[in-house]
Ligand binder design. Structure first.
Ligand SMILES: Nc1ncnc2c1ncn2[C@@H]1O[C@H](COP(=O)(O)OP(=O)(O)O)[C@@H](O)[C@H]1O
Ligand SMILES: [Mg+2]
Length: 271
């Protein structure tokens, strides 16, 4: 474990020179190259980039699904890449990922209550004991209390994504990574889920990495934006700066592809 310099106080996450190579031998691929960025406490950092640019790989590396090949990930002053055992387990709970696909992310054999009980306390996942907290979490994501005893297949995609949000919140994380949380949903449900997530983000003062290919939405929810292109961060800065003066041609191209052009914004009601 490494301690951080005083200058880094106020940063929830600090990533330096992160390299990720996936696969092995001739089939190995260098997915992330020298990725460095900070996530200040209480802020939302938007991460944009075309499909295949490495956004999900970055998310999975931050939560420990993939191992960094080189570089450091400092979370609340602790080096995550070198943490082991109990320390690693505790750190992992503090960074929660809401995955893209609510159909594959929930265990079909477990009731919603069992899934949430385990998220609240993986060691003593007792449904009865945790019931009040489970009901509270369901209320936060506007699901009925009787969802506790039901199974994922009894819910729509949007409802499942509400469960996935509740599951992420159950661990009382200090950082939430939302990886294209609406891309598997139909358009009307997308607005509902974005609205819910944005409300929770503001009410709970969450620190968030918000991954999306929808620049209009990223613009609405983010304080700063990172642009990933073929595994490299080609641009980072405040939302206002990047939208007004994109420095990298790829960012300019992304902005041109926003429906209605770079000036387009969603109405606040839709968020
Ligand atoms: N487990 C893996 N092994 C090898 N390559 C992978 C693996 N997962 C993703 N990739 C590759 O990494 C690149 C980035 O993928 P991904 O991080 O999913 O991008 P994004 O989320 O931006 O669409 C893609 O070329 C993808 O094929
Ligand atoms: Mg992805």
């Amino acid at each position: 474990m490494t301690s951080i310099p005083a200058a880094a106080v106020g940063l929830r996450l600090s990533v330096h020179g992160l390299e990720v190579v996936l696969g092995s031998g001739r089939r190995s691929a260098h997915i992330l190259k020298e990725v460095s960025f900070d996530v200040p406490t209480g802020q939302t950092v938007g991460l944009v980039g075309e499909s295949g640019s490495g956004k999900s790989t970055l998310a999975k590396t931050l939560v420990g699904v993939h191992r960094a090949t080189a570089g450091s990930i400092i979370f609340d002053g602790e080096e995550v890449t070198s943490a082991h055992g109990e320390q690693r387990r505790l750190l992992r709970r503090k960074i929660q990922l809401i995955p893209q696909d609510p159909y594959s992310s929930l265990d079909p054999k477990r009731t919603i209550g069992q899934t949430l009980a385990e998220a609240i306390d993986p060691v003593h996942a007792r449904l009865k004991e945790h019931r009040p907290r489970i009901i509270e979490l369901l209320t936060m994501v506007a699901l009925p209390a009787d969802a506790v005893d039901r199974y994922p297949h009894q819910f729509s995609g949007g409802q499942r994504q509400r469960v996935a949000i509740a599951r992420a919140l159950a661990a009382e994380p200090d950082l939430i990574i939302a990886d294209e949380i609406t891309s598997a949903l139909d358009v009307s449900t997308q607005a509902e889920i974005l609205d819910l997530f944005d409300r929770l983000r503001r009410e709970l003062g969450l620190t968030v990495i918000f991954i999306s290919h929808n620049l209009a939405v990223v613009r609405q929810v983010s304080d700063t934006v990172l642009v990933l292109f073929q595994g490299e961060l080609v641009e980072s800065g405040s939302v206002a700066d990047i939208f007004a003066h994109p420095a990298h041609p790829y960012t300019a191209e992304l902005l041109r592809s926003v429906p209605g052009g770079p000036g387009f914004t969603l109405s606040k009601e839709r968020l």
